[in-house]
Design a protein. Structure first.
Lengths: 261, 304
């Protein structure tokens, strides 16, 4: 694996025990078709930010669902050592009959936070995503970016050390996405989260991740891996990000071209 | 762009600069949808209240015109004023109130029973795919069967009794309630259930906090239709099942009008049946539905 642009920042990972350890994971949905996920090995260290990159159909969302415990793999092991992971989707998936705070409070309730503490805790989490004082708003009164931040606050409310994100910013406009990238990196470093971030946007992967994994489609395999040794915060338009994104894009294109026939 | 790697700073918002905060707050202000201003009372009156009033006035004028031209003999087509006079008499001697209270209490009880049975049936059909495949077509089919068709059967089974009337009401309203509940469940986006699972809610927790509230709009629509069907079925049953033991509800009063050939009483009864049915929909169901839909940012179709 050719590690590219070196910018002197050490990769932040110290502990021995992985947050997630995936070994030889296989997922088959239809017996006569290639497996959706084929012999996936993946270790995510505590506090590590990993981006999974791939074209449609590479099984990256399936992999996240499996880590989140929403399904069982055909074979292989998934070991999550940090308790129940939080998962964010491309849609905010907020409950529309609840207020912003109500959505966060439901997660607190599911975690067993007492009714008395829920209000203040929800407000604290909303202020973490820069939505202080907006808790009483209904979902339909929020912009797409605000909804996704409420979803982020709800994920944080789970108090999990592992945050799984399934193309969470894909439906947002570029300016909002940029703001949320910054927000996410700030929270990641403050809260010492491990993040597994699925995207098909190469620049986004390089902008955010410490490690970028490229997946092939049908069968879904991890075919290549890059350490991103650029310091955070990094701008998505910075030369370092561009250069590495260009390199990764070539490999992604080559992967996709294999399917042409 | 600072060069240092972010250290694991304490979890505070202090690390967010004022610039960033202002930028994000600006984005939020620009992008958050602005609700359209609520129309003032004057506008509401002109837009929503006035048109039906004008329609009623035109209708009454045409009716009066038809009466004045003698297009039908006056026993067959009384004037609006005659009908109003008859209605006034039934109000004064208490017949109208008695009929309303008998019919409305029957309707309410029958509807309540339909809600219980229909909800149970809907839940069972939602739980069991087999049951739904087996009963689904019949439940849907029953919705298009006019419930008056059940009246003769109900009278043969239960005699001229309240039981016969309630049987007809239930057969009329239960399918709507059950189908409404199923439609509500079907509309729940699967993603929301996933959210419940990710949050770690138990099965019961997911049903109570996610599934039921998500299905509420469809269920409410079913209840509203169920009420309309209850009321209709009740009138059909009262019209046919006539016996001193049953008292005189609105349907029976209508039937008395027919037997006496008193068209003014017939029209007054029809108008009263219409007004009571609509009033209950407007006073009970419309506000609940409006609240539920507005909280979710959905607009109420045909706002009143």
């Amino acid at each position: 694996m050719a590690p590219s642009i070196v910018n002197s920042a050490p990769v932040r990972q110290t502990a021995r025990v992985s947050s997630v350890r995936i070994t030889q994971l296989v997922q088959v949905f239809e017996a006569d078709r290639p497996p959706v996920l084929d012999r996936i090995d993946l270790d995510v260290a505590p506090g590590e930010f990993v981006c999974l990159l791939g074209a449609s159909g590479c099984g990256k969302s399936t992999l996240l669902s499996l880590i989140a415990g929403l399904g069982t793999p055909t074979s292989g092991g998934i070991e999550v050592t940090v308790g129940r992971p939080a998962l964010m989707f491309q849609e905010a998936a907020l409950l529309p009959w609840l207020t912003a705070a109500g959505n966060v409070e439901l997660a607190l309730k599911a975690r067993g936070v007492s009714l008395r503490d829920r209000g203040a805790e929800a407000e604290r989490l909303l202020s973490l995503v820069n939505l202080a004082g907006q808790g009483r708003k209904r979902v339909h009164e929020l912009s797409g970016g605000m909804r996704q931040r409420v979803a982020l606050a709800r994920a944080l409310a789970q108090d999990s050390r592992l945050l799984l994100m399934d193309e969470p910013f894909a439906a947002l406009d570029a300016i909002t996405r940029d703001a949320l990238h910054e927000e996410l990196i700030r929270l990641w470093s403050e809260q010492q989260l491990s993040v597994v971030f699925v995207t098909h946007n190469v620049r986004e992967a390089v902008r955010l991740g410490q490690r970028v994994l490229l997946m092939s489609s049908r069968p879904g395999r991890i075919v290549r891996e890059w350490q991103v040794e650029l310091s955070q915060p990094r701008a998505i338009e910075s030369p370092g990000v561009s250069a590495l994104a260009t390199e990764i894009t070539q490999h992604l294109r080559a992967e996709i071209s294999r399917h042409a026939r | 762009m600072p060069d240092d790697v972010p250290t694991t700073a304490p979890a505070t918002v202090a690390t967010m600069t004022d610039d960033r905060r202002a930028f994000e707050a600006g984005l939020d202000a620009l992008e958050a949808p602005t609700p359209p201003p609520r129309p003032g009372p004057g506008r509401v009156f002109v837009r929503s209240v006035l048109p039906p009033l004008v329609a009623v006035a035109v209708f009454l004028a045409l009716w009066q015109l038809a009466y004045s031209t003698g297009f039908k003999p006056s026993y067959a087509l009384p004037s609006p004023l005659d009908v109003l006079r008859t209605f006034g008499e039934t109000v004064r001697d208490g017949r109208a109130w008695e009929a309303i209270s008998i019919s409305v209490s029957r309707g309410a009880l029958g509807f309540a029973a339909s809600v219980v049975v229909g909800t149970g049936l809907g839940l069972a059909m939602w739980q069991s795919r087999w049951l739904r495949a087996a009963l689904g077509p019949f439940v849907s089919g029953l919705q298009s069967l006019p419930s008056v068709a059940w009246v003769p059967a109900a009278i043969i089974w239960f005699g001229l009794s309240d039981a016969a009337i309630y049987a007809v009401v239930l057969l009329g309203a239960v399918p709507s309630v059950a189908n409404g509940l199923l439609a509500g469940f079907d509309q729940v986006p699967p993603l929301l259930d996933k959210v419940g699972r990710v949050l770690g809610l138990t099965v019961l927790g997911r049903i109570w906090y996610v599934l039921l509230p998500a299905a509420l709009p469809g269920y409410l629509a079913g209840l509203k239709q169920g009420w309309a069907f209850s009321w209709r079925s009740l009138m059909a049953a009262e019209l046919i099942a006539y016996s001193p033991a049953l008292g005189i509800g609105l349907g029976q009063q209508l039937n008395i009008g027919r037997e006496l050939n008193a068209m003014d009483l017939v029209i007054a009864s029809i108008a009263l049946i219409l007004v009571v049915g609509v009033a209950i929909e407007l006073l009970v169901f419309a506000p609940v539905e409006r609240r539920v839909l507005r909280a979710r940012g959905l607009t109420v179709a045909g706002r009143r």
